[in-house]
Design a protein around this ligand. Sequence first.
Ligand SMILES: [Zn+2]
Length: 267
Amino acid sequence: MGKVRYFLGIFLFSIVFLLGCEDGVNLFTPEDDVQLGLQLQSQIASNPKDYPILNNPDVTSYCQGIVDQIILSPKIKYRNTFKYQVTVIRNDNEVNAFAVPGGYIYVYTGLLKFIDNEATLAGVLAHEIAHCERRHATQRLTKAYGVGILLDIVLGKNPDKTVEIAANLLTGLAFLKNSRDDEYEADSYAYEYLKSTKWYPGALIFFFDKIKQNEGSSFLQVLLSTHPLSQDRIDKLNAKISADKLPPPTEDNLFSQKYQEFKKRIP
Ligand SMILES: [Zn+2]
């Protein structure tokens, strides 16, 4: 009896401790992220009305090639666990990109046509990779479920159910709405990932600038609802650039010309 109470005590303490840590609590495993991602990926694949997939190997492999280089960064933890696969969605009216757990990244032709150089695309893709690496979606699910799911998982009551419940919650992909803190974190990690690549690490700033120039445009509405852009985000990225004393970008790390050629090939 005493033993039971002892373990129960430790168990309850752990819960209080876990809930006390505001940041980074995630009751799902990276393998759960993969499972969730697979479910969402098939949901997206079977909904061509909302997600018309562009079947153009040239355009897709251009984007995939960038992702493949970013994930070589030593700061990437899940390159062997997550799939890190890019899918291009054919919709010029939406400037957007999103990621589902487990490394499935989606980018709209509207975004590809909106930006001006390859480094900016690398920045956007690195930002989406960061959402996967930091496992923001399952972290938010953890917060949303709180103690109930915590108990079920810790007690190992129903591991299959866990994934199922989460998948139901994800219906409509509403969970893709990122919090402000998730955005800061994804920007910051993206910057770090890009440091080990040939691209200018601060390139997301070009994306932010262009968004600001086009504020109020309908094609930015979804983007801004899933990836809130605040002046803080811009300031934080600029602060990193200054702290690192990054020299101003050049054609050698922006690849504008190469990108303009690529843009002509996007249907
Ligand atoms: Zn984001």
